[in-house]
Ligand binder design. Structure first.
Ligand SMILES: *[C@@H]1O[C@H](CO)[C@@H](O)[C@H](O)[C@H]1NC(C)=O
Ligand SMILES: *[C@@H]1O[C@H](CO)[C@@H](O)[C@H](O)[C@H]1NC(C)=O
Ligand SMILES: *[C@@H]1O[C@H](CO)[C@@H](O)[C@H](O)[C@H]1NC(C)=O
Ligand SMILES: *[C@@H]1O[C@H](CO)[C@@H](O)[C@H](O)[C@H]1NC(C)=O
Ligand SMILES: *[C@@H]1O[C@H](CO)[C@@H](O)[C@H](O)[C@H]1NC(C)=O
Ligand SMILES: *[C@@H]1O[C@H](CO)[C@@H](O)[C@H](O)[C@H]1NC(C)=O
Ligand SMILES: *[C@@H]1O[C@H](CO)[C@@H](O)[C@H](O)[C@H]1NC(C)=O
Ligand SMILES: *[C@@H]1O[C@H](CO)[C@@H](O)[C@H](O)[C@H]1NC(C)=O
Ligand SMILES: *[C@@H]1O[C@H](CO)[C@@H](O)[C@H](O)[C@H]1NC(C)=O
Ligand SMILES: *[C@@H]1O[C@H](CO)[C@@H](O)[C@H](O)[C@H]1NC(C)=O
Ligand SMILES: *[C@@H]1O[C@H](CO)[C@@H](O)[C@H](O)[C@H]1NC(C)=O
Length: 450
């Protein structure tokens, strides 16, 4: 089911209305107010934007005016901000032509998606990006539809796609961030003490699948993401290696989302991938492939500890609870190992999972049209290694070894397949010795809470 845009807008405006006042710093600490001029659609406004940021990189408020359209036809990169509020009240536009964007990305010789040219780069301490609280203003329009539709049959996204934003700060915030039809990845959030709230990401497609339209990719400590709506075609949030104390709550995610993810962890086999104290609570998940998801690479190393998903409502979700410790990326053989190696990944280690809980899940499992448009192979990437799927699975837990999953606990899992059959589980290697309070029988078949 596609949620009508009007319903999403209603959802977002009600969550906007409920929003607590922002964490604004007193104006006295930011005495400079700098308004960004616009060419009114006649030119690339990026040079003017850069000029304003160069002048107002410190203790300033930089304002994109309401009612004004800004052409951001080349990337904006400001890496020396300090105590700056960025008020985005106008609407920003990337080029509508794929070639214009690719020209820029190709100049940097970064053409594979693992690389990461960002269209907006904001870095430095105390950055507050504050979009407009009015749903019609403060959008970044990236015209991603053309990019999604240009993807060939069974492709996984065309080359030279930029990421939308790198937001790297300490003691900063991102509020009312609004992204319409991002080309691919939305925001890389990096740093410490960052508050993201009232974001609205809309990557719904009227044509082909919006590959890699991740909502928030997080690497940081003390990061909170709340009161947001993320409709997209990849992870709504991906908590990456090196993240600690991350909270994701009161959010709605959906469309062809790949859910609330930890990972992927351990792609690089000789580095430790650690995350800890990650909490997801009070989230509605609609039509997504995954709800609560953990993914790590076999042969990776590290520790994921104290991770919880609580009070999660799912509607028409294919895999509400999913753990894999043998993850691989679809399609792109060059990303399997890193360093140009494409074969021979050794299964000699696991990213160990410890103290995981899933509590109070309700809703429906997608029985009738499982999966989504991201399937570009046979079997689909999301079915790999799961040959006996019934699509009635409330829980899939696949541990790489008998020692790699410890202290898992599932409580009050009330998930029902749309077919009204009994919910089932696939469970591998979550042994009772290490998981005495698992909460169900770790075996394949009917899901039996214990
Ligand atoms: C369930 O989600 C799938 C995949 O997004 C979609 O194709 C299907 O129409 C949805 N079904 C219902 C009943 O909403
Ligand atoms: C753009 O339009 C605004 C409002 O009409 C006007 O004040 C401004 O001078 C225009 N800017 C340019 C560069 O034409
Ligand atoms: C920030 O960098 C810009 C461009 O490199 C430079 O012009 C400006 O002076 C710098 N500002 C501060 C406060 O360092
Ligand atoms: C950019 O590079 C990609 C990958 O090599 C290529 O497919 C595309 O045509 C190039 N586009 C432009 C405008 O240079
Ligand atoms: C953020 O600000 C608080 C209060 O001013 C301070 O204690 C903390 O060290 C700051 N965090 C960072 C990462 O700078
Ligand atoms: C596993 O093998 C890879 C590739 O040979 C190596 O880089 C990695 O350090 C090994 N891991 C362990 C835990 O031995
Ligand atoms: C990751 O955690 C393990 C186990 O606690 C520890 O030995 C290792 O040093 C940590 N690595 C990093 C990079 O934090
Ligand atoms: C587990 O993580 C949560 C935050 O997600 C934190 O409040 C709690 O103190 C952590 N527990 C331990 C034992 O560290
Ligand atoms: C796309 O992939 C599917 C599944 O592997 C295959 O059946 C189909 O032939 C492929 N289509 C093209 C045009 O390659
Ligand atoms: C459970 O199902 C998984 C995935 O289909 C399979 O790999 C595994 O062998 C099964 N375990 C048992 C004991 O049948
Ligand atoms: C379960 O763990 C054992 C080692 O502890 C491993 O040999 C086996 O392959 C694992 N099973 C699956 C299905 O991954």
């Amino acid at each position: 089911m596609l949620i009508p845009r009007s319903a999403i807008l209603a959802l977002v405006s009600s969550s906007l209305a409920l929003g607590a006042p922002g964490l604004r710093r007193s104006d006295t600490s930011r005495p400079h107010r700098c308004v960004v001029p616009s060419s009114n659609g006649t030119a690339d406004d990026t040079p003017a934007v850069q000029k304003v940021f160069a002048r107002c990189a410190k203790d300033s408020v930089v304002v994109f005016k309401e009612g004004v359209d800004y052409n951001i036809f080349t990337p904006v990169s400001v890496t020396n901000l300090s105590n700056v509020e960025i008020q985005v009240n106008g609407n920003l536009h990337l080029p509508q032509s794929i070639a214009e964007v690719q020209k820029v990305v190709n100049r940097t010789n970064r053409v594979t998606y693992a690389d990461g040219q960002h269209w907006f780069t904001f870095q430095g301490p105390k950055i507050d990006y504050i979009g407009s609280s009015d749903v019609n203003n403060g959008w970044i329009n990236s015209y991603g539809q053309a990019w999604w539709d240009a993807n060939p049959v069974n492709g996984t996204g065309i080359d030279s796609r930029p990421h939308l934003m790198s937001f790297k700060t300490t003691n900063g915030s991102l509020k009312y961030f609004k992204s319409r039809k991002p080309i691919a990845w939305n925001v890389q959030v990096e740093g410490d003490d960052i508050e993201v709230s009232h974001a609205f990401i809309d990557a719904e497609s009227t044509g082909s699948f919006p590959f890699n339209t991740d909502g928030f990719d997080v690497t940081g400590t003390n990061v909170r993401i709340t009161d947001s709506v993320i409709y997209n075609g990849d992870d709504a949030i991906a908590v990456q290696s090196g993240s600690h104390n991350v909270v994701f709550e009161r959010n709605t995610i959906g469309y062809q989302s790949h859910g609330m993810s930890i990972g992927s962890l351990g792609q690089s086999q000789d580095e430790f991938a650690n995350v800890s104290n990650i909490h997801f609570e009070d989230v509605t998940v609609i039509d997504a492939v995954y709800g609560a998801r953990f993914k790590s690479w076999m042969g990776g190393q590290g520790l994921a500890k104290n991770i919880t998903w609580k009070n999660i409502r799912v509607y028409n979700v294919t895999f509400p609870i999913f753990v894999t410790q043998s993850y691989l990326n679809q399609g792109s053989s060059q990303t399997q190992l890193g360093d140009g190696q494409t074969t021979g990944r050794v299964n000699n280690a696991s990213v160990v999972m410890e103290d995981f809980s899933w509590t109070d899940f309700t809703g429906t499992i997608n029985t009738f049209r499982p999966g989504d448009g991201s399937c570009a192979s046979d079997p689909c990437w999301y079915d790999v290694g799961l040959p006996n799927l019934k699509h009635t699975e409330a829980v899939i837990i696949e541990c790489n070894t008998e020692k790699s999953c410890k202290n898992f606990a599932l409580r009050n899992i009330q998930l029902i397949p749309q077919s009204m059959e009994a919910p089932t589980a696939v469970c591998i290697n979550a042994t009772s010795a290490l998981n005495p309070n698992l909460g169900f029988d770790c075996r394949n078949g009917t899901f039996v809470p214990s």
